[in-house]
Design a protein around this ligand. Structure first.
Ligand code: ADP
Length: 343
């Protein structure tokens, strides 16, 4: 916060210095032009007076006319002084105005950077929180075990088995964090022509055993589709959506995967008959670390990162992702990817 305030003040100072420098240069030029204009008018006036005196039969050389036009000389000097004072006042006003405007504009300039920094800080603190919780749990489990005087090999085996599961979850989390950071930085994905339908079928195959465990059937209506994009990222997108559909479906349900080629886009839909998402949570499910039901999701190994990774992948391909859901009846995630990516 302080960092931004001092950056804002420094930026304001630079704005003010810039505007004030231009304003002073402009005032000097204006003063010189107007002062020479006043001198020119005074000279013309002297010639006029000389002509008048000559008509009255009196010749006075110009350099001696000063006495005659003393009032005018005083007037000219006064005019120049007033011009100077007015310019000084104008510059003072510009200084104050540019200070206010500069402060406002500096705030506007720094706003997106500040938002980005806040988001980054939020991400880091959420990530460290997520990493710290299982690490603390692991550490205390080990400590309790070491304090136990009557420990035996069977308990040790059990403890190691549980710990390996926790470590797996941790490495899964760090993998997701890395993917999220990588896709966030890498706005421009690899673009190759590949068969998206094959990628979808590969994802289905990969998650087949998981679905089988819960007696879930995966029905596929996949048209052959050639697509230009990042095959690895799109494979990951399919895995995230299908994996969620399996995770959030009770056993013996059906998941339907549709892939269709339209005129301008390729549409992928993952439809499940699972628990559904309450309407008030739908706008947030793409946020990092957002979970609809903390307790429910912990038992399903979720960290709330999958959909934010999915959204980044869809965004990087210039597409959009929609979700419709009815509680206890199921959810449909629809991804629409344009065939030609602009830009
Ligand atoms: P997680 O790793 O927790 O699944 P996601 O980012 O993939 O994280 O999903 C965010 C939340 O959205 C999940 O915690 C879950 O509550 C909800 N969600 C995602 N997909 C589905 C789905 N197919 N059915 C019901 N809820 C879902």
């Amino acid at each position: 916060m302080n960092l931004f305030h001092s950056a804002r003040l420094r930026l304001t100072l630079w704005y003010v210095l810039g505007i004030f420098f231009i304003s002073v240069l402009f005032s000097i030029a204006l003063y010189n032009i107007l002062a020479s204009e006043i001198n020119r008018l005074a000279a013309l006036r002297r010639v006029e007076v000389q002509d008048q005196l000559q008509m009255e039969g009196l010749f006075v050389p110009l350099d001696q006319l000063y006495d005659v036009t003393q009032d005018e000389i005083l007037f000219v000097q006064d005019a120049r002084t007033r011009l100077l004072i007015n310019l000084l006042i104008a510059n003072g006003c510009i200084l104050i105005f540019s200070g206010g405007m500069g402060y406002f504009l500096a705030g506007k300039t720094l706003e997106p950077i500040q938002e980005m920094m806040n988001e980054q800080n939020r991400f880091i603190s959420d990530a460290s929180h997520e990493l710290r919780t299982p690490l603390t749990a692991l550490k205390s489990t080990f400590e309790v075990y070491l304090r136990d005087k009557k420990r035996n090999i069977g308990e040790a085996d059990e403890l190691i088995k549980e710990s390996v599961q926790d470590v797996d979850r941790l490495s899964q989390l760090s993998e997701s964090l890395l993917t999220l950071a990588r896709t966030h930085m890498q706005k421009q994905h690899v673009r190759t022509r590949f068969s998206l339908s094959e990628t979808v079928m590969q994802a289905v195959k990969q998650l087949g055993p998981l679905a089988k465990k819960k007696h879930i059937e995966i029905a596929t209506h996949v048209q052959p589709v050639e697509f230009t994009g990042d095959p690895d990222a799109l494979m990951q997108l399919c895995i995230i959506l299908i994996d969620n559909a399996i995770k959030y479906s009770p056993s013996k349900k059906t998941i339907t995967i549709q892939l269709a080629s339209r005129t301008r886009s390729v549409d992928l839909a993952v439809i499940d008959e699972g628990v559904g998402i309450p309407a008030e949570h739908i706008p947030h499910i793409f946020d990092r670390f957002y979970r609809v039901d903390q307790a429910r999701t912990h038992s399903t190994n979720g960290y709330g990162l999958g959909l934010s990774i999915a959204k980044q992948i869809v965004d990087a391909h210039g597409g959009n992702m929609k979700v419709s859901s009815v509680l206890h009846e199921g959810s449909t995630f629809t991804v629409s990817l344009p065939k030609s990516l602009r830009g």
